[in-house]
Every structure is written in C-alpha cells, then in structure tokens.
Write a protein that binds this ligand. Structure first.
Ligand code: LRH
Ligand code: MN
Ligand code: MN
Length: 388
C-alpha cells in the first residue's frame, strides 16, 4: 500500500538550490535567444531566484558561478539574498573561458597556466568566505582532442596536485565538490570523465571532498541510480546538478525527459539516507532555459523534483523489504511501480497551502505580474555566461 505520510517531513524540509545562470540568456553554439526581462547583473539574478522560492517555498538557495557573477562586494550580495528571503549557496568555479585554457586548466602541461587556474580556485574560496557558502564545486573542461596529444596519466598527476592545494585551504565547514562529465568540450579524453575518477580523487583528498552527480553527464543508458547508491554508501555524494538530457549535456528541465529515472534516483537517495539533514547532500539544478521563459522553467523544475521525491517517499518500504527477502521479483517491482504511478500532486498542493502558498505555483506566478514587470523594467539583459 502506498504511504504518503512519510513524504510530508521530507518535502517540508526539502530545499532545491537554483543556478544563477538559469536566469540569464542562454542558447547553443548556434544561437543565443535573448528574452525580455532577463537580469542585468547578479543582484537581479538573485531577485529572480527569490521569486521562484516565493512561489514554491522550496528553493531557498541560489548558486553562483564565478566570474559570471562577479561583484565588488559579495557580502552585499549575500545580504541582498537574505533580504529577499533566500541565501547564496554553492560557488561554482570557472576555469574554462580563457584563451590560456586551450590545453586545459588544472591539467595543462604549462605550470604557469596551472598556477593561474589554482589562483582562480583560491579566489573562489575567498568568495565563499564572504558569502558564507559551504561548497566549492569544480568542473573542469580539461582533456584532449587527439590520441597522443598529452599524457593521460601526467594530466591526472597535475590535476591531483592542484586539487590538493585547494583542499588544504578549505575552511573547517567548507567542502570541495568534484563534478565529472563524460565528454565535451574535450572529445578524445576528458580528465574527470566519470564517477570512478572523481571518487578516486575525492578519496585521496579526504572527508570534505565529495562527488557531484550531474544527471546530464553520462552516456545514454547509464544506470545513474546505481552511482547514487554507491556514492551514498561511501558517504561521498556531495551534490546533484539536476537536469534532463535526450542526447548529451542538454541542460533541459529536470524530470522532463525521463521522470521515471528521476524517481529511481530519488528512491536511491531515500534508501541511502540522502534526505536526512546530516547527509549534507545538496540538491541543485543545473539548467538553461534557451527557448522557454526562465522563472516558470525553474518553478516547473522545482515542482518536478518535489513530485519525484514524494513518489520516492511513497514506496512502502516494509512491503518492499519483505518481497525482496522472499525473492518475489514481480511483487517487489510492483510495489515500486505503485509508488511511481501515484498522483502526488494533490498532496503537494495541500502541503503548499499549509504554508500559506498557492496550490499551483505556475498559475500563481503567471497571475503575479512579475514577468511583465521585469520585462518592462530591465532593458539589455545579460547572457548567462557562454560567449559573454
Ligand atoms: C558543465 C556544467 C558544470 C558547469 C555548468 C555551467 O557542463 O554542468 O556544472 O559549472 O555546466
Ligand atoms: Mn553541472
Ligand atoms: Mn553540464
């Protein structure tokens, strides 16, 4: 029997971190489509993120990307976020948009370029100290395009050295989160292509180094929930970058391409204790809204994570355990599917109303007039980052 009781406390506590870059103009390498009302600076991105929180009650943090979100005074930006009812979250480093990084950043054969990349990462730690952020998230575009271009193992050594220089400078409450991606922009070899490589580096660094699972960063058919279960078991799952993919790193709305996969992932989060506060798993979105409006796109994404979480929490664990123990293959699978097939939307609507929110955040945002207001007020919105 599906049990919706267990979902309440998890959903009430759930906080999904939004990426600041979801609010800027974005696109593909073929075209960036400008939208009316997009933020002109990091303050306006924070205001838009706060609006998503206002209507969902479940998006209390916004992650920054440095230098896309560079400001003179990060303390002021943090205070601005608090004034708007949210907090600044993860700091994402960016060592991939400089001509110096043609052959990579932290794994570059040139020690001068590696030093430059390290200096950027240390500067991100200073930003974290000013914003009060816990997590430094590192994704590197490093790799090679052609066999023989560079030594695969020497690049790992260089990467390990820079990572340990950063790790040594972490504050006691800060964490280093290493994100992997199968390929792109490097096409032959990528220096952190998979969870095995990320985990190996994190194990060498220490307890405060954890892995980020970006759901769009795997080969088609990869069993992502297996990775999630394995990392949780080892206490090495630091965060998610949620999004959907059909082909590669598409950065589409989470749960849009494959809601069943999202459910399976969040079910493993439940089984591995990842919803408890002491697990410290950060649930982030990493998305771009190239053709759809951005704030409603983020609202929809938060709702999709909430729905998949509610379904994951609706699995009858006692019955499932008994079926598994009895070797009842079809029974166990049926118990999981019963939860997935449950319509959790009325329960989520009731939970919203319990907090004084509107039952339907999409309709409430549309009726609020915020979108029309920013379209009228903001002229000349900034690009999310790429090619800026
Ligand atoms: C890389 C990535 C990483 C970056 C973000 C903009 O593909 O997922 O998380 O920081 O995109
Ligand atoms: Mn990512
Ligand atoms: Mn990505």
């Amino acid at each position: 029997m599906v049990d919706l009781e267990a979902a309440g406390p998890v959903l009430r506590a759930q906080s999904i971190e939004l990426p600041s870059w979801a609010f800027g103009n974005s696109g593909t390498r073929f075209k960036v489509f400008a939208q009316a009302g997009v933020p002109r600076d990091p303050f306006e991105k924070v205001a838009d993120a706060a609006t998503v929180h206002e209507f969902t009650g479940a998006a209390g943090k916004v992650a920054l990307h440095i230098p896309w979100d560079e400001v003179d005074d990060y303390g002021k930006l943090a205070a601005y976020a608090v004034d708007h009812g949210i907090q600044l979250g993860t700091i994402n480093a960016n060592a991939f948009q400089d001509d110096d990084y043609r052959l990579g950043s932290v794994a570059n054969p040139d020690p001068r370029v590696r030093r430059k990349a390290l200096d950027h990462l240390l500067q991100c730690l200073e930003v974290m100290n000013a914003t009060g952020s816990r997590d430094l998230k590192l994704w590197f575009a490093d790799g090679t395009n052609y066999p023989g271009q560079d030594s695969i193992s020497a690049r790992q050594d260089r990467l390990a050295e820079v990572l340990s220089s950063v790790y040594e400078q972490l504050g006691d409450d800060q964490r280093l989160i290493l994100e992997y991606k199968l390929f792109e922009p490097a096409f032959y070899s990528t220096d952190v292509p998979d969870w095995g490589t990320a985990l190996t580096h994190c194990l060498a660094l220490g307890d405060r180094a954890k892995v980020c699972v970006d759901t769009g960063h795997h080969a088609p058919g990869t069993n992502i929930e297996f990775i999630v279960a394995s990392l949780l078991r080892l206490k090495k799952l630091g965060s998610f970058d949620f999004n959907s993919r059909f082909y590669a790193d598409d950065d589409l709305i989470v749960g849009a391409a494959d809601p069943f996969q999202l459910f399976r992932i969040l079910f493993e989060v439940r089984c591995g204790g990842g919803f408890s506060a002491d697990s410290e798993v950060a649930f982030m979105l990493d998305q771009c809204h190239n053709i759809e409006p951005k704030i409603p796109g983020e609202i929809r994404s938060v709702m999709n994570v909430q729905e998949a979480t509610a379904k994951a929490m609706a699995v009858d664990m006692d019955a499932l355990g008994q079926a598994q123990q009895a070797g009842d293959v079809l029974g166990a699978n049926g118990i999981l599917m019963d939860a997935f097939d449950t319509d959790v939307r009325p329960m989520l609507a009731a939970l919203r109303e319990e907090r004084g929110l509107k039952a339907d955040p999409m309709a409430a945002y549309a009726a609020s007039g915020y979108g029309e207001r920013i379209a009228a007020e903001r002229v000349g919105g900034a690009q999310a980052g790429w090619g800026a």
